[in-house]
Design a protein around this ligand. Structure first.
Ligand code: PMP
Length: 443
């Protein structure tokens, strides 16, 4: 095994030829918040795997739960007719965890893209059961990210993820995200911008006809699009508009679920009760692939009281409710709660915000910094006045220099994205800041 022999893998979100020219870092070991590559470099993982390893790499209770479950029963299907203990227990746990969001039922999936697909499909089915089969359209936010299945890719608000796979789902429409740094209204005030974007939703609904729309989907804090943090007044306005037009609201909480923003969910930041929540990633802290679509009472009631021919769920995965994944989830959630990771995310997030504001004041290349809890981004620009995005080479230089300084960063377009494990200490946050400073000083 060497750094250059990863050729048989086509890596996600990468050009195969580019990967041959710039081979991946091969990560061999992880401990706490640190990972070690094949060359022996040990660095702080400021990416947290991929927004998911909230508990770091040495969480013994999760490892033990996985080993115990492998010993007892490595797999059984959760299809009609059979179920397993850990999946039933975890379903109860999730409904309790997200009771404030009004969630009452769990549909297990294998990851985030599956969870989004499930929510979109169940939203369509809900309207069929209710005799409104014309409600098929979806509205979403530009810059939103909702995974890579055909449905999820269709509602993605970044054309780069869609264009190679067109034609996608018809009847999907996007409105501007409340992104103060760049928006079509040239509005920098977050409260006014939230109102303008909410009005854009109203306008789109009026244009399409409210009774043709199945659901609106949004991330409460947009992650992969570059950590765009809507003002807390935005989601309640969306909920009110959706209610008035009877449109279902899907909160994609694949990143924001389980404490990353400092609250247990992104919806809880503004007290909104969505109709579906999609979760994955930190549900097992990355130790096992698992996701879930959580279902609110209004939708659950319609399915459970159904007497039409549309009520049976014709959707599911071989690994829906995988017992090892669910055992990992139960252990991860118990640890997450015991360590009060939401509180650590909030406290360390305040420190990280101060670090990022300091870097923005020091380095002209930092056009904007955005953060909520322990999800954060620095947007790099070649010119602050024109906001011209920094080029690929610059981004690579910054992240390589930071790696040499001992911190793994993630680059997405002209943004550096930070999502460290939620167990980070104040010293870890300072270290991330120092490595960023070293990287930014290089350019
Ligand atoms: N939704 C959101 C908000 C995400 O950030 C992601 C993954 N980054 C997904 C869905 C898809 O999840 P997965 O990669 O587990 O399929």
């Amino acid at each position: 095994l060497t750094e250059t022999n990863a050729k048989p893998i086509w890596h996600p979100m990468a050009h195969p030829a580019e990967m041959r020219a710039n081979p991946p870092k091969v990560i061999m070991k992880g401990e706490g918040v640190m990972v070690t590559d094949i060359a022996g470099n040990t660095v702080l993982d400021a990416v947290g795997g991929l927004w998911n390893v909230n508990l770091g790499y040495s969480c013994d209770p999760i490892k033990k739960a996985i080993a115990d479950q492998l010993g007892a029963l490595p797999y059984y299907s959760g299809f009609r007719g059979t179920s397993t203990g850990p999946s039933i227990e975890l379903a109860y746990e999730l409904c309790e965890w997200f009771e404030p969001e009004g969630m009452v039922r769990t549909f297990f999936t294998s990851g985030g893209s599956d969870s989004v697909e499930t929510a979109l499909r169940l939203a369509r089915q809900y309207w069929k059961i209710r005799g409104q089969a014309d409600r098929t359209k979806f509205i979403a936010l530009k810059k939103g990210y909702h995974g890579t299945h055909f449905g999820g890719a269709s509602v993605n608000g970044n054309a780069n993820f869609r264009r190679n796979y067109e034609p996608l789902l018809p009847g999907v429409f996007h409105i501007p995200a409340p992104w103060t740094f760049r928006n079509p209204f040239d509005e920098t005030d977050p409260v006014r911008l939230a109102k303008l974007c909410a009005r854009a939703l109203e306008d789109e609904i009026a244009f399409q006809g409210g009774d043709t729309i199945a659901a609106f989907i949004m991330e409460p804090v947009l992650g992969a699009g570059g950590v765009i943090v809507p003002h807390e007044s935005f989601m309640p306005q969306v909920r009110e508009i959706c209610d008035r037009h009877e449109i279902l609201l899907i909160a994609d909480e694949v990143v924001t679920g389980f404490g990353r923003t400092g609250a247990w969910s992104g919806s809880r930041l503004s007290g909104v009760k969505p109709d579906f929540m999609t979760i994955a990633k930190a549900i097992t802290s990355g130790y096992f692939p698992l996701g879930a679509t959580l279902i609110g009472a209004k939708v659950a009631d319609v399915f459970e009281a159904d007497k039409t021919s549309f009520g049976a769920i014709g959707h599911g995965y071989t690994y829906s409710g995988h017992p090892v994944g669910c055992a990992a989830g139960l252990a991860a959630l118990a640890e997450t709660k015991r360590l009060r990771l939401n509180e650590n995310a909030a406290a360390r997030g305040v420190e990280l915000a101060a670090v990022l504001e300091g870097l923005k004041a020091k380095h002209a290349i930092v056009g904007d910094v955005r953060y909520k809890g322990l999800m954060a981004a620095l947007e790099l620009v070649s010119d602050r006045a024109t906001k011209k995005p920094a080029d690929k080479k610059t981004m690579a230089l910054v992240s390589e220099a930071a790696y040499e300084a001992g911190v793994m960063l993630r680059v997405s377009g002209n943004a550096i994205i930070l999502s460290p494990p939620l167990i980070v200490s104040a010293a870890d946050v300072a270290r991330i800041g120092e490595a960023l400073d070293a990287g930014l000083s290089k350019v």
